[in-house]
Design a protein around this ligand. Structure first.
Ligand SMILES: [Zn+2]
Length: 103
């Protein structure tokens, strides 16, 4: 379940991402996972147009709370497993387009 949660958060981040410099959207997956913990996700986004690198920090705790309010069954144990981190990293590494990642 946590894997799906992380994936959702990253998907939302990509969809809402705008480059600070040229306001491009991420039409290719040019993000890498920098840090993943129980409370936060750090992503590095590279703008496909101007190659500006920005770091995105996401508080997972807030998202968890929101989702727990929506569906109390979705979160159990509140722990991110190492295989979840591996899976999401692999997904990002193997994705060529946003569509690949959202699949
Ligand atoms: Zn840009």
């Amino acid at each position: 379940m946590i894997y799906i949660l992380i994936k959702n958060i990253i998907e939302t981040t990509i969809q809402n991402y705008r480059c600070e410099l040229c306001t491009s959207t991420l039409n290719e997956v040019s993000i890498s996972l920098q840090k993943l913990s129980d409370t936060s996700i750090d992503l590095e986004c590279t703008c496909p147009s101007c190659k500006t690198i920005s770091h995105v920090h996401i508080q997972v705790a807030d998202m968890k709370q929101a989702m727990m309010n929506a569906n109390t069954k979705i979160i159990n144990k509140n722990a991110i497993k190492s295989e979840d981190i591996l899976k999401i990293s692999e997904d990002i590494a193997h994705a060529h387009t946003i569509e690949d990642l959202l699949r």
